[in-house]
Design a protein around this ligand. Structure first.
Ligand code: ATP
Length: 800
């Protein structure tokens, strides 16, 4: 993962390609020299022809309906064909020709209409026509707002790019930055989420983006909105200005400010909007009071057990509570839940399970509202009203994708109906009201209350869900839709099984939201933020605040002061600025006293006294190490052979020195005495060494004698008999190293190993001539199932 990869997860084929695009898989080793030259020439001609065809293409007049009518390279054409993409969707027919010609694009088309291919095909083609290699650095960057979407785009890229030879990576976090960084430098194409990519651009030394040809923002309106604004701005600053930029979304706008921020050059607005939502989608809403929402959702699930359902809720806490409580009720359909607070691997696993499920109900936040292409979803239920119409459009877009049918239901509290329906109608969204059949209604309130009573964890989740929902309503901008005062919160809290309504503090939520936004915005700009005070006070920009200003602004100061007052003796007068401690007399001192009533004095080293006026000082007495500082400087003494203590350096008096004779005589005497000492020691050492040698010799002889005896015993044993024994003997012989084999093994070790396969590399690649710049042919047959698969694949490529 990408872990986060995470790392840059790079694809490499699990299985190897069996199919060669346009006969490109001929034997490499046998090709005669002339045919190689001919082949190279043919490839060059093909490339020129392709470029000429792109130049001649008139995006305005051509009415294309099939991929085969587009001027595409053979590997791309084969990749599309092998992925069963033949007919162009409207957005593809209009956007791809423009993008092939290098035009900046603002692409808008309803959900599920194939926008992903509309940008992926031109991206691959541009790099192909420029004969991009590893040495050229990063050629294309595709940004998606969520990890799920980034993974999905990467998967489509792997599918259609299987016959190409670019290296591609997925940068979505979840792995150590260092691991990812090592792999990124060799990537031609990256699919990423904004935050993680920015981190790399800031910190990864080898990442070369100066040559970037194309930047794509999928779900561009989401990426360009408040949440990611600053990250994207900072990211774009790293990129060269001369590049092609493409923005795609179902709810794409032409906001001039966005275009300026991304330095787009005369972008072409490609909008395919006969309707905002797919015509194959049936849309309904039903009015259900907030307090009955749980009943309605449960009833809905029970009535659609043989379906694939996504239920969108406004927060992760709602998702968790409803998922957990419904799970206990066992409605008879596999339940799953997905929200942004889950670990990345769990998110990937749930996505995988829901993707492959035939009947399942997924409770999710808006983390999968955009772009995610779950196959064959029957129902999208919006359990909580979406914050705006764009979110509504993206949520319902998870069903009725690419000409399939689908159904969507929006649950509204009576207070939300008028405002929301009006907004939907303004955007020409065909939605009709339906009612729940009376006889299908059933209340699960008492069951949930019972569960919450017996399971404190569930009750806790319920409280959190209540608080997060209520806060989110209070913080919504569209006050004509979201009216907190009109909601029956008491009844809602009861419906969640809560014995009493949890208190909700809105100020705190607002602060958190403000702080969150601020940190995102200011992280990238490197500013320090509002500091610890955080009381929402507005300060002027130039105001200088010191550490002490912040200290006095701190809340909860009493926490510290009460602790501090505990440390001080109660008798002490707090008003005294300079407190004079009473030093007890010798006879007043009671070392055993543990009362701690007042200060006492303890005698320590060298007649010194230590005033014990706090628990900390009292504790000091027990630590030898800490007491050492009161001990003063220590002096080193040495003992002579008679056990007399001397200081380390003792100077001989002048008188004594003269009596001992002149300096030269004393020197000679000293040298002679030392030489005698050394000689004596030498003799002792030699004797010792001799003894040791002799001892060793005796031991060796003893050992040899015993071994000789053993051999004689063995020779007298009967030989191995019977087939079992013979087998055992053979096994034993086989297990012995054979000189020739060892040599072979060594040789094998030294022999250059077969190169591991790169991304999309073909099995028959060995036979295939490498193309001009030593690049390899892409192939992918198996889709990786999990993030670990992706990582494994990445390693396969990158460890090359
Ligand atoms: N030309 C095509 N032929 C057949 N199927 C296609 C074609 N283009 C796209 N699809 C399929 O349509 C589905 C939706 O495509 P895609 O995810 O690109 O839609 P989108 O417009 O990006 O949707 P959203 O707005 O939700 O992100 C996918 O399952 C894809 O495989």
């Amino acid at each position: 993962m990408p872990t986060r990869t995470s790392l840059a997860q790079t694809s490499a084929p699990k299985d190897k390609a069996k199919q060669k695009p346009n006969g490109k898989g001929k034997s490499k080793g046998n090709a005669p020299a002339e045919s190689k030259t001919l082949k190279r020439k043919r490839e060059k001609d093909d490339l020129e022809k392709l470029q000429a065809a792109v130049n001649q293409l008139d995006p305005k007049t051509s009415a294309l309906t099939k991929f085969s009518e587009l001027p595409l390279s053979a590997p791309t054409a084969s990749g599309l064909d092998a992925s069963h993409f033949q007919n162009l969707t409207d957005i593809q027919a209009r956007a791809i020709p423009l993008a092939l010609k290098g035009q900046d694009i603002l692409g808008a088309a309803k959900t599920g209409s194939g926008k992903t291919l509309a940008f992926l095909v031109p991206v691959i083609e541009t790099l192909y026509r420029k004969q991009w290699t590893e040495l050229d650095g990063l050629g294309a960057l595709i940004i998606a707002p969520t990890r799920e979407l980034a993974v999905q785009i990467f998967e489509v890229l792997r599918k259609i790019g299987r016959y190409h030879h670019f290296s591609a990576g997925l940068v979505i976090g979840g792995k150590s930055l260092k691991d990812e960084a090592e792999r990124l430098a060799r990537m031609n194409l990256l699919v990423c989420t904004p935050g993680r990519m920015l981190q790399h651009l800031d910190q990864t030394a080898g990442l070369d983006v100066d040559n970037l040809q194309i930047l794509v923002l999928d779900e561009a309106d989401r990426i360009m909105d408040m949440g990611f604004q600053s990250a994207v701005d900072a990211l774009v600053e790293h990129l060269p200005k001369t590049r092609q930029t493409m923005l795609f979304s179902a709810t794409q706008s032409k906001k001039v400010s966005d275009l300026a921020r991304l330095s787009m050059k005369d972008p072409e607005y490609v909008a395919v909007h006969e309707a905002a939502t797919p015509s194959t989608l049936t849309q309904h809403y039903l009015v259900t009071p907030l307090a009955e929402k749980m009943d309605t959702l449960y009833g809905f699930i029970k009535a659609n057990l043989k379906s694939k359902i996504i239920i969108f809720l406004s927060s992760g806490k709602q998702v968790r509570f409803i998922y957990e409580s419904f799970r206990h009720l066992q409605p008879g359909i596999p339940l799953l839940h997905l929200h942004g607070r889950q670990k990345q691997l769990a998110r990937m696993e749930i996505t995988r399970r829901f993707t492959s499920a035939q009947h399942s109900c997924l409770f999710a936040t808006d983390v999968v509202a955009r772009g995610v292409d779950f196959p064959a979803v029957d129902w999208v239920v919006q359990g909580d009203c979406p914050e705006d119409v764009d979110t509504y459009i993206h949520r319902i877009g998870r069903t009725a994708r690419y000409e399939r049918v689908g159904r969507a239901v929006l649950l509204l509290d009576p207070s939300e109906e008028e405002g929301m329906v009006q907004r939907l109608q303004q955007r020409k969204i065909p939605i009709q009201r339906v009612n729940v059949k009376e006889k299908k209604k059933q209340s699960i309130k008492s069951k949930i209350q019972d569960m919450c009573f017996h399971q404190p964890d569930l009750k806790y989740l319920g409280q959190k869900a209540f608080i997060s929902y209520t806060r989110s309503i209070g913080l919504q901008k569209n006050k004509d839709v979201f009216k907190l005062d009109a909601l029956d919160l008491q009844a809602y809290s009861e419906s969640l099984g809560l014995p009493e309504m949890p208190p909700v503090r809105f100020q705190k939520a607002e602060d958190i939201r403000r702080l969150k936004n601020r940190s995102r915005a200011e992280l990238s700009s490197g500013s320090e933020g509002e500091g610890e005070g955080g009381e929402g006070k507005k300060r002027t920009k130039d105001e200088v605040r010191t550490k002490y200003d912040r200290m006095f602004e701190r809340t909860n100061q009493d926490v510290l002061s009460s602790h501090y007052s505990n440390l001080r003796p109660a008798a002490e007068d707090d008003n005294d600025f300079f407190a004079v401690k009473r030093v007890l007399n010798e006879d007043e001192f009671d070392p055993e006293s543990k009362s701690g009533g007042g200060p006492r004095v303890v005698p320590i080293y060298g007649g010194q006294e230590l005033v014990i006026d706090s628990k900390r000082r009292e504790k000091l007495l027990t630590s030898k190490k800490k007491m050492l500082k009161y001990k003063g400087q220590s002096t080193k003494i040495v003992f002579d052979d008679d056990g007399e203590a001397h200081s380390l350096y003792e100077l001989q008096g002048e008188e004594d020195f003269r009596q001992a004779g002149d300096a030269e005589t004393q020197r000679q005497r000293f040298v002679q005495a030392e030489a005698d000492r050394v000689r004596e020691a030498d003799l002792e050492d030699k004797q010792l060494a001799k003894e040791k040698r002799q001892e060793k010799k005796v031991k060796r002889k003893e050992r040899e004698r015993m071994e000789a005896n053993d051999e004689m015993d063995a020779a007298e044993q009967p030989t191995l008999g019977g087939s079992g024994d013979a087998d055992a003997a053979l096994d034993f012989l086989r297990s012995l190293p054979i000189a020739g084999e060892e040599a072979q093994q060594d040789e094998d070790d030294e022999r250059p190993r077969k190169k591991p396969k790169k991304w999309f590399e073909d099995d028959s690649d060995d036979e295939k001539p490498k193309s001009k710049k030593g690049r390899k042919v892409i192939e992918v047959t198996d889709a990786p199932d999990t993030l670990e698969d992706l990582e494994a694949l990445a390693t396969g490529l990158l460890d090359d």
